[in-house]
Design a binder for this molecule. Structure first.
Ligand code: ATP
Ligand code: MG
Length: 137
């Protein structure tokens, strides 16, 4: 099986719907094998999203991701990366397929409720940034 890094974003924790999102992930066959609620400092968000530096949405993204608590998770399952991205739906909630997390809970292109690693390389990097080995069980 495979592992991926998932984030429940500030727009979702603010509305108290973390549990609804976790139920969707579990329903899709993903297992939460690490989880913690944190409030990122600017430097944490900048390190995580370094690949987006220079994009027009970057500054707003850093501001948003530090605007409230988030839930960091490691998910495990068969094809976890693709499986998670399928249940998340497209980046922009209006483009997301019916029944996906972003379609049902996302507010807009920025406030889209969840993050999921997009490749095995990203997953490895993001999991390493967010969790110690001993926190993944
Ligand atoms: P994520 O990386 O969060 O899983 P993604 O891979 O679908 O989402 P990316 O292109 O990696 O999307 O962008 C990262 C995040 O930056 C998006 O989830 C969204 O919150 C924000 N973002 C991306 N594009 C835009 C945009 N055009 N306007 C506003 N915010 C954006
Ligand atoms: Mg991405």
């Amino acid at each position: 099986s495979e592992r991926t890094l998932s984030i429940i974003k500030p727009d979702a924790t603010e509305r108290n719907i973390s549990g609804l999102i976790i139920a969707r992930l579990e329903g899709a066959g993903l297992r939460v094998i690490a989880q913690k609620r944190v409030w990122w400092k600017k430097k944490d968000a900048q390190a995580f999203y370094e690949m987006h530096k220079g994009q027009d949405f970057y500054k707003g993204l850093i501001q948003f991701m530090t605007s409230g608590p988030i839930v960091l998770q490691v998910l495990e399952g068969e094809d976890a990366i693709a499986r998670n991205r399928a249940v998340m739906g497209r980046t922009n909630p209006v483009d997301a397929e019916p029944g996906t997390i972003r379609k049902d809970f996302g507010v807009n292109m920025q406030r889209n409720s969840v993050h999921g690693s997009d490749s095995p390389e990203s997953a490895k990097r993001e999991i390493g940034l967010c969790f110690k080995k001993s926190e993944i069980v």
